[in-house]
Design a binder for this molecule. Structure first.
Ligand SMILES: [Zn+2]
Length: 598
């Protein structure tokens, strides 16, 4: 029995380390992105208004034109305009989550541009008549204030989260031939999908804040699948970011906005940029409110009159206590999934579960209830446990270099469970589940006190030393060293929202610091030493139904210390493919080791 589990471990190790580097697509196409961004620096005199004229957006989405195949590029443009309005219409009632993680950059002689500080925003988009946003983390601001890409105060740039979500659509109000000129560029494959590429420029006097850049239109239904550019002209004292916005074919007939990459700044000699940053925005939870619950109700049947659970006796006090904890655990996990913060049980959980089982079996741990694992969809590096469920954030799984590091992360939470540091039993009361999704972070919290943290760390070391990972702790140790070194500039990434952070208020590593002080020394020049991965390299998220799975990108050779980019934001380059008839999409599954042609 045990040996079989070990073999599965070995298999996972190969899978995980195969993904230890970035996808080939990112590097091979970034030049195209840059060239285009550089080409969109046009500026003209300010025009009268930035105010969104709500509700007058024409909606010519009637499917009349969608039968005959277009024969001219003009017809393709017309069709793509119709499809863009159809998408806006379809998403009108949706309120997906949107997360932006931003790293300000400074220049490092050896490593190139590196993060100097970071910012994190998490909110919910309302895709109604105008695009609006409610924040999970701070007090909301009015739509107008959030409208601009980044309003600069006199001394300091202030990022407006809304600015990063703008390129969900090219132009929510006036995406039509009256306001824009379209120029055909070429055909190009994005992943498996053949696209027609157009440059889009606002017409003279089209007004402020119009889309300026390039669109990729797939050649079957003529939906826009990618937008790249900025908005122009920019108002005084504000600027619009450059954005690269990707959509995925997650439901039949539509390509849903999923990723937006933003970048500003120039580190070439003599450049005078005051601001340099890279930011990733992710959108998900489009289908949250539906969630299949209505179906459940309409298909309610009465065939199971009697509860068929095996227990025939009353619960003893200890059993009652355990059932109570189970109830709290179920409530919390379900509520977090409803809020769009935790992914449904899936493929990644099986990987986490296997690693947890390796720790449990080799340590002869006997628990009354099974340990379960779930993935929190957000980027900040955090873990927590509620009852016997261990939750690990997507951002953390993304940056872990190997399976032993994953075991290191899980061992700390397993230690809490083994030591009986149970938190959150108050959530067995259902009234405590009744709050708005945006206030989840104010209503939930699973932080242990410092004594319990110290005890869990000690126990975690013990668990690891008895496990199959005992001889593989060099990499986890390097991971913690890298994290420790980068911590001062990654405050937002290291701020846990529900659990304990890896670092304290001063940015010092507190989690498993004993492991961080042992093992080999961190050396950026050693190219075979991968201590931590860039953000976003491991877990793929289905923006429509929140399911997560591991990416399958092929490893790319690291040729310099600059290629390592630990904890850093990189551009998105999802491999696009069409939804297949069985409901699977290649977007979230297929390997991304083939560079786009052309
Ligand atoms: Zn802890």
């Amino acid at each position: 029995m045990r040996t079989w589990k070990w073999m599965l471990t070995a298999f996972l190790l190969v899978t995980l380390s195969a993904m230890a580097q970035q996808s080939a697509d990112q590097s091979s196409t970034s030049s195209a992105v840059q060239a285009n961004a550089a080409g969109s620096q046009t500026a003209t005199t300010p025009a009268p208004t930035t105010q969104p004229a709500a509700s007058q957006a024409a909606n010519p989405a009637a499917g009349s034109a969608s039968t005959a195949a277009p024969t001219t590029m003009d017809q393709v443009v017309d069709r793509s305009i119709v499809r863009e309005h159809a998408l806006m219409d379809m998403l009108k009632t949706r309120t997906p989550l949107v997360e932006t993680y931003l790293q300000n950059l400074k220049s490092d002689q050896k490593l190139g541009p590196v993060p100097s500080e970071d910012h994190y925003f998490l909110g919910r988009l309302d895709l109604g008549e105008a695009v609006d946003r409610r924040d999970y983390l701070s007090k909301d601001e009015s739509f107008e204030k959030n409208l601009l890409g980044g309003v600069s105060k006199l001394f300091k740039f202030e990022y407006k989260p809304m600015g990063f979500s703008w390129m969900i659509f090219a132009d929510r109000e006036d995406f039509d031939r009256g306001h824009y000129s379209f120029k055909y560029v070429r055909r190009e494959f994005l992943g498996d999908v053949r696209c027609l590429v157009f440059d889009v420029t606002p017409k003279k006097d089209a007004g402020k804040g119009r889309f300026l850049g390039r669109i990729w239109v797939e050649d079957q239904d003529y939906n826009i699948v990618r937008l790249n550019g900025t908005y122009a002209p920019r108002p005084k004292n504000a600027m619009y970011f450059h954005m690269d916005s990707w959509r995925l074919n997650l439901i039949p007939g539509y390509w849903v906005p999923a990723y937006i990459y933003s970048e500003e700044g120039d580190f070439s000699y003599g450049a005078k940029d005051k601001m340099a940053f890279k930011a990733q925005s992710r959108i998900w939870g489009y289908d949250l409110k539906k969630g299949g619950k209505e179906d459940e109700l309409t298909s309610l049947r009465v065939d199971s009159v009697k509860d068929e659970t095996p227990s025939t006796t009353d619960a003893s006090p200890l059993e009652a206590q355990r059932q109570w904890q189970q109830q709290a655990e179920d409530n919390v996990v379900e509520r977090l999934q409803e809020s769009g913060l935790v992914a449904p049980d899936g493929e990644v959980d099986k990987v986490l579960q296997t690693v947890v089982n390796n720790l449990i079996v080799t340590n002869n741990i006997d628990l009354p209830r099974p340990v379960r694992t779930r993935v929190m969809i957000t980027s900040p590096l955090e873990t927590f446990s509620v009852g016997n469920t261990i939750v690990v954030s997507r951002g953390l799984i993304d940056v872990l270099p190997d399976e032993a590091s994953l075991a290191m992360v899980l061992s700390h939470e397993l230690a809490h469970i083994v030591l009986g540091h149970n938190l959150g039993s108050k959530f067995a009361f259902n009234d405590r589940m009744l709050f708005s999704d945006e206030s989840t972070y104010n209503n939930f919290g699973f932080r242990h006190n410092p004594d319990e943290e110290t005890a869990a760390d000690a126990k975690a070391m013990e668990l690891l030393k008895n496990s199959p990972y005992a001889q593989k702790l060099d990499v986890p140790s390097l991971f913690l060293k890298e994290l420790s070194e980068r911590a001062p500039s990654l405050n937002a990434l290291l701020t846990a929202h529900l659990g304990n952070s890896f670092t304290n208020d001063k940015g010092q590593l507190v989690r498993l610091s004993a492991l961080a002080t042992s093992g080999p020394a961190l050396d950026a020049n050693k190219l075979d030493q991968i201590a931590a991965l860039p953000m976003g390299g491991r877990v793929k998220l289905n923006a429509w139904n929140d399911r997560v799975e591991l990416t399958k990108s092929a490893p790319v050779a690291i040729t310099s210390a600059r290629d390592k980019m630990p904890f850093e934001v990189t551009p998105f380059f999802p491999r696009l493919s069409r939804l297949t008839s069985d409901g699977n999409t290649g977007n979230a599954t297929s390997a991304s080791n083939t560079a786009p042609s052309n």
